[in-house]
Write a protein that binds this ligand. Structure first.
Ligand code: NAD
Ligand code: USQ
Length: 404
């Protein structure tokens, strides 16, 4: 297949592009390096030293003989995106190219607006470009489990059957997102569903849980291919952060009571799930939703697991409870269905098999690069305007898009 990976320089996109290339697909990466700029803006860096994209791809070609085309530009720029689609003519587009941090979207007004414009306009552009230039192309879009929030009933895969006043229908599952970022994903889902209905586009929304780890078979082929491992308070996800904290002997930053429960998956399952979606495309006019995670844990359960396993490895791990900077339920019912990808062939990796090699050992290996100032949460959902403190000084983040 000809597969365009939008956001292919990012964490999920890089691992996916290499995986699909190694499987023999013709892959193109489309990215504007916004993610690298957000690191500069916030004064943070990935734990692992990632190389420039051109260097990564040269090494990939030398190792495998496979070429991955690159189109550098902004998906939210319609002329750029449509000319890229016209040139590459993909059978499938995998769309990762969004601002994906909930805390980033909650910094202040500018960051909320930027997140929603970047994400919603980028996806709208893709829908229009596919309709105009490549209408049979299958869109595989990265959504999030956070679109559903934490309702007090079971979470279904995209749709729920409702009986009301004696009548019955299958309706989109209700959405209760918890940040301006998560809201952008809901807006995307509605736009994609609408265009499948009116134009007959074919799309799969992968409502992905929190991804952990950094190791895939491809990125370990050479140090130059290493993937991101974010641990800072804005882009670092909870398990990566706990492992970086454990590696440095800092208490684990559990927000509130830690009863917040989420779906999680290994990065190796992300790439496999995307492959499964590509190989089993939605039908024309179909808007399909898969819940993409493998296990669910509460934040406190994760902290206890890291404490136990870290302790067995000789690390001193303590668990701290900080006031929750987010507005979220700190204990709640959570039971989300996730059988559709398994039915199509996903053989999940379990955290118990990944924690040491894909997380704790990586954190230990690069622990000299860890800056503990990045551990404290500084973006508070209750404030409309947040200042972040870097190196002891208050710093008002400057939106990179405005300064570049
Ligand atoms: P990431 O920030 O590492 O990668 C996103 C990539 O998209 C970056 O390389 C960035 O430069 C690029 N990008 C962003 N906006 C762009 C634009 N307008 N034009 C061109 N390129 C642009 O994020 P990630 O962790 O790889 O997440 C990828 C996708 O998966 C996101 O849509 C995210 O919402 C979703 N997702 C991620 C997780 C997770 O835990 N990482 C979980 C669920 C869903
Ligand atoms: N948390 C802590 N301590 C920390 C960091 C986080 O207790 O140091 C808690 C948060 O309060 C939250 C939970 O851990 O309850 C998850 O937070 P997270 O930062 O790991 O993940 P989240 O903000 O939900 O976002 C991440 C990705 C996002 C993706 C989402 C999937 O950044 O792109 O959409 O996971 S989901 O959570 O299913 O919506």
């Amino acid at each position: 297949m000809r597969i365009a990976v939008l956001g292919g320089d990012g964490f999920c996109g890089w691992a996916t592009a290499l995986y699909l290339s190694r499987k023999g697909h013709t892959v193109a990466i489309i990215d504007n390096f916004a993610r690298r700029l957000w690191d500069y803006e916030l004064g943070v860096q990935t734990l692992t030293p990632i190389r420039p994209l051109s260097e990564r791809l040269n090494v990939w070609q030398q190792l495998t003989g496979q070429t991955i085309d690159v189109f550098v530009g902004d998906v939210a720029d319609y002329d750029f995106l449509s000319s890229t689609i016209k040139t590459f003519q993909p059978d499938t587009v995998v769309h990762f190219a969004e601002q994906r941090s909930a805390p980033y979207s909650m910094i202040d007004h500018k960051h909320a607006v930027y997140t929603q414009v970047n994400n919603v306009v980028g996806t709208l552009n893709l829908l229009f470009a596919i309709r105009e230039l490549q209408p049979d192309c299958h869109i595989v879009k990265l959504g999030t489990m956070g679109e559903y929030g934490t309702p007090n009933i079971d979470i279904e895969e995209g749709y729920i059957t409702i009986e009301h006043n004696g009548r019955k229908d299958v309706l989109p599952y209700p959405k209760q997102p918890g940040s301006f970022y998560h809201l952008s994903k809901v807006h995307d889902s509605h736009n994609i569903m609408f265009t499948c209905k009116i134009w007959g586009l074919r799309a799969t929304d992968l409502n992905q849980g929190v991804v952990y780890g950094t190791v895939t078979d491809e990125v370990t082929m050479d140090e130059a291919l290493i993937n991101r491992f974010d641990y800072d308070e804005v882009f670092g996800t909870v398990l990566n952060r706990f492992c970086a904290q454990a590696a440095l002997g800092f208490p684990l930053t559990v927000y509130g009571r830690g009863g917040q429960t989420r779906g999680f998956l290994d990065i190796r399952d992300t790439v496999r799930c995307v492959e499964i979606a590509c190989l089993n495309p939605a039908a024309p006019g179909e808007f399909r939703v898969f819940n993409q995670f493998t296990e669910q844990f509460s934040v406190l359960e994760l902290a206890e697991i890291v404490k136990t396993v870290g302790g067995e490895m000789g690390l001193q791990v303590e668990v701290d409870h900080l006031p929750d900077p987010r507005v979220e339920a700190e204990s709640h019912y959570y039971n989300a269905k996730h059988s559709k990808l398994v039915d199509l062939g996903l053989d999940p990796h379990m955290l118990s098999d990944s924690l040491v090699d894909s997380l704790i050992n990586i954190a230990i290996r690069y622990r000299d690069r860890i800056d503990p100032a990045m551990f404290a949460p500084q973006v508070n959902w209750r404030q409309a305007h947040n200042e972040r403190r870097i190196g002891g000084k208050a710093k008002q983040p400057v939106l990179v898009k405005e300064t570049v």
